[in-house]
Design a protein around this ligand. Structure first.
Ligand code: ATP
Ligand code: MG
Length: 321
């Protein structure tokens, strides 16, 4: 069974990425799973080349530091030739209407005056990511579910038209992972590409900065220490973060603290302690570029080996290669 997940280097890894995804990849992932840094997806909107390169490296280091199995991890662009070839074949399996119908494309394109063609075709690249690796399961949130449906449709269509090559992937709902909210605006989820990072805790933030961000978190003036996500979303978010770090229930934690300030202190301390070893291990990896390069290269070799026969068959059956 192969499960596939990715993180896009559109910003520094934030606490939500860690508690909601990376930590699970590290604790529940197996050697068959595939985790990659989707740097090619980071080019679908205007990007800075140096920043893309350094964020890719940094995210790779964070994943490894967090304990994700190194043999499962690779950088997407290390397979750019393979993915480019398969993406073309799949673009010629996909219709324009199917791509143009993607809700995420319509939403993201609506806010831009000049839309990169890659933003339209990116779900096909995502299908190539999934199908090339032969993933059985793709854990996704609602925003990506339609893209996995597209990958399923393309796998079926290819298999039916040219011959059985691809595993038809299943979208799975990730185990109710914490949805961490922005500390300064609890109506938004915490995101690494947020324009204002005052309410975003990054995994590599120094402890003092984590403490400051938590202390400034928006709560309410009801003065009621209870777990009420609807009416007290800021407080609920802090309780959920503390719950994710301690393994206790949010409501139980609400009963155990005496004031908002005490809760914030507890959250700051728990987050700092949770992130401390990952931050240290990430720094160590970034300080040892040769070691990071070695792990990266080995991951790429393994990802290429895992996919080679499928790519060769797809090219041959579609009349090329
Ligand atoms: P972007 O702003 O670029 O969309 P992001 O922070 O939303 O960045 P993604 O690359 O979209 O991060 O997602 C990487 C992984 O982190 C996914 O599995 C996603 O579900 C998870 N994730 C992202 N944000 C949160 C959050 N606030 N709480 C829990 N999980 C999250
Ligand atoms: Mg996102």
């Amino acid at each position: 069974m192969t499960r596939l997940s990715a993180i896009t280097p559109s910003g520094h890894v934030q606490l939500g990425n860690y508690l909601g995804a990376v930590r699970r990849w590290a604790t529940q992932g197996t050697e068959q799973d595939v985790y990659f840094i989707s740097d090619l997806h980071g080019m679908t909107t205007p990007h800075n080349p140096q920043r893309l390169r350094s964020l890719t490296r940094e995210q790779l280091a964070v994943l490894l530091a967090a304990g994700v199995e190194p043999r499962s991890v690779f950088v997407q662009s290390d397979l750019v030739r393979e993915l480019g070839a398969l993406t073309w074949v799949l673009e010629c399996t996909c219709t324009y209407g199917e791509a143009a119908r993607m809700i995420q494309f319509r939403e993201k394109a609506a806010g831009q005056s000049s839309v990169r063609l890659g933003l339209l075709t990116y779900p096909v690249l995502m299908a190539a990511d999934i199908l090339l690796q032969g993933a059985d399961e793709v854990p996704v949130g609602e925003d990506q579910a339609q893209h996995v449906e597209l990958a399923r449709a393309l796998a079926r269509r290819f298999n039916g038209t040219y011959g059985e090559v691809f595993v038809v992937p299943n979208p799975v709902t990730p185990p109710s992972a914490a949805r961490v909210r922005d500390l300064s605006d609890p109506s938004r989820k915490m995101a690494k590409s947020a324009e204002d990072s005052a309410g975003v805790v990054f995994v590599l933030d120094p402890p003092e900065l984590v403490e400051r961000k938590v202390r400034r978190a928006v709560t309410d003036n009801l003065g009621q220490l209870r777990y009420a996500p609807q009416t007290q979303p800021g407080l609920a978010n802090l309780l959920e973060i503390l719950a994710a770090c301690t393994g206790k229930a949010p409501a139980e934690l609400a009963d155990s603290v005496g004031s908002y300030a005490e809760l914030k202190n507890a959250v700051a301390e728990a987050v700092v302690e949770e992130l401390r070893p990952i931050r240290a291990a990430t720094m160590a990896l970034l300080d040892d570029p040769a070691e990071l390069d070695r792990i990266r290269a080995a991951g790429a070799v393994r990802a290429r080996e895992r996919s080679q026969h499928r790519l060769a068959a797809a090219l041959r059956l579609s009349g090329i290669g």
